[in-house]
Design a protein around this ligand. Structure first.
Ligand SMILES: [Zn+2]
Length: 112
């Protein structure tokens, strides 16, 4: 997927969708903070060839989440560092892991 394509926000036929419920930003399936593990997995596969596009997409989602969560709880408001970790910090390592798995180039298991 390239940055000019629209993401399906963690949906795939035959797999339960992991989409955010706004304005609380919990996954509609898992009921945990979005992007949940399922959303991270699906989004990473969707954007594996375009990690910059994934970061841009998630940055836009982060902006929307800040506005929504600040409106729900203006004092003290959402923690920017926590939201950065939740929305963006996982992208690069997760894309690297997914690329390795999709290439079938997994490292050998550790010796027993
Ligand atoms: Zn989920």
């Amino acid at each position: 997927m390239t940055s000019d394509q629209t993401s399906n926000q963690g949906t795939r036929p035959g797999i339960e969708p992991h989409t955010p419920q706004r304005p609380i930003w919990l996954c509609r399936t898992c009921a945990v903070a979005w992007p949940c593990l399922g959303a991270r997995t699906l989004l990473t596969v969707d954007f594996v060839a375009d990690p910059t596009g994934l970061a841009v997409y998630l940055a836009a989602q982060l902006q929307d989440a800040i506005v929504d969560l600040a409106a729900l709880n203006p004092n003290p408001g959402p923690d920017p560092a926590a939201l950065h970790a939740r929305f963006l910090a996982w992208v690069r390592p997760r894309v690297a892991i997914t690329r390795t798995r999709l290439d079938g180039d997994l490292p050998p298991p550790p010796p027993a």
